[in-house]
Design a protein around this ligand. Structure first.
Ligand SMILES: *[C@@H]1O[C@H](CO)[C@@H](O)[C@H](O)[C@H]1NC(C)=O
Length: 150
């Protein structure tokens, strides 16, 4: 084997390693985040109406809620405020603003939005903050509206 071939082989292996690192690190990170986020369906969310052991958080904007309606039993924290509120709001402020005790990291959270995209982002935020029982209403208000009319 001459030196040129050897160098080429090293470059090839180095290249493959670099590529495989890039390819695997992303999906792995995404998967480990998502695997701890459960998806709940209409019937589950409907049952939350009078359940004080789970906190249902609608992360749409207040203007959207005014236009469409409010999920029974939900509180409203727009997506842009979720991280700050969960991280920094004092228990007193949380209770007086949302009418529910501030959840600790073991308290089950269910996030909802319009179509399921923002609720997933909010869920990832909560997981990142250490919340251990986090779910996203996959269908969101779109699904709720359809099914609650049936
Ligand atoms: C997560 O919360 C749900 C209620 O939404 C509860 O039924 C379930 O047992 C909890 N899971 C864990 C692992 O605590």
């Amino acid at each position: 084997m001459n030196q040129l071939v050897l160098i080429n082989k090293f470059l090839l292996i180095g290249g493959l390693l670099a590529v495989s690192n890039q390819v695997t690190s992303f999906p792995l990170a995404a998967m480990s985040g998502e695997s701890s986020i459960k998806t709940v369906a209409y019937e589950d969310v409907k049952a939350l109406k009078d359940n004080k052991d789970v906190l249902l958080i609608d992360v749409r904007e207040p203007s959207e809620l005014q236009k469409t309606g409010v999920l029974p039993g939900s509180i409203n924290i727009p997506l842009g405020q979720v991280e700050n509120v969960l991280k920094n709001a004092s228990p007193e402020d949380f209770l007086s603003k949302y009418g529910r005790p501030k959840p600790d990291v073991n308290f089950p959270l269910v996030f909802s939005c319009q179509s399921g995209r923002r609720s997933l982002v909010a869920s990832e935020t909560a997981v990142k903050l250490g919340y251990k029982n986090v779910s996203s209403y996959g269908g969101g208000w779109s699904d709720w509206e359809k099914k609650s009319k049936q």
